[in-house]
Design a binder for this molecule. Structure first.
Ligand SMILES: N[C@@H](CCC(=O)N[C@@H](CS)C(=O)NCC(=O)O)C(=O)O
Length: 217
């Protein structure tokens, strides 16, 4: 039996991507749920020197960076596969993961989500409206591209769920909890039905963010 340990702050979409992937593969794991701030503790920084979540350990092998964790899980536990076999479909999956990491999360979801959701609801600090307004143009570009790349397909990698679908749906399920997120998701015709399909999966139902992040904005 494998020993799988996951470290993170509940509510983090990156942490949720790891938990969803584990559940899609039917793997048991131990979640070390941390409080906000604990990810900067001396102890945790030994595991993740950049002080971010999640971190992961499997049979003594420690690793951080979500996509590295997901790709590792998909190789070591290949069933069901979450990486398309076809090179073009795999490239699309990788492209979407790149968009999440380089544009969507740091330039749109982090500034908008922090100032609209995490700051006011979790940390009790008022949101910075100028930071939200500044992030909207790149957020719009992200959604236009994500809608185009999904096209008529059921999932980003084709006919079955891929790591990109898991990572993006975990992000959008939380992002959709603020007015800007809802407007952007609903304004991209194919994304709302795709997100509904993704969040209906048992792996998503079992990894809900804390209710305080979900309250109607
Ligand atoms: N590239 C990292 C990003 C992880 C990340 O930014 N996680 C956020 C939570 S969703 C975090 O740790 N934020 C805390 C902070 O920046 O202090 C990964 O893929 O794991």
């Amino acid at each position: 039996m494998s020993d799988i340990q996951v470290f993170g702050i509940p509510g983090s979409p990156f942490l949720r991507s790891v938990e969803i992937t584990l559940r899609e593969k039917g793997l048991d794991y131990q979640l070390h749920a941390m409080r906000p701030g604990e990810h900067k503790s001396e102890d945790y920084l030994k595991r993740h020197p950049f002080g971010r979540v999640p971190a992961f350990e499997h049979d003594g092998f420690s690793i951080y960076e979500t996509q590295a964790i997901l790709r590792y899980l998909d190789e070591v536990f290949p069933s069901p596969p979450l990486t398309p076999g076809n090179p073009k479909a795999r490239a699309r999956m990788n492209q979407v993961i790149g968009i999440i990491e380089w544009y969507f999360f740091p330039k749109a979801a982090a500034p908008i989500g922090f100032n609209r959701i995490i700051g006011p609801r979790l940390l009790g600090v008022a949101g910075d409206e100028a930071a939200i307004a500044d992030a909207m143009p790149v957020a719009r570009t992200c959604f236009a591209e994500l809608g185009r790349l999904l096209g008529e397909k059921p999932y980003f990698g084709g006919d079955s769920v891929s790591l990109a679908d898991i990572m993006l749906a975990a992000q959008l399920d939380l992002f959709g909890e603020c007015p800007e997120g809802r407007e952007l998701i609903d304004g991209t015709a194919n994304l709302r039905p795709w997100l509904k399909r993704m969040t209906a999966r048992p792996s998503f139902a079992a990894t809900q963010p804390p209710p305080m992040l979900r309250e109607a904005a």
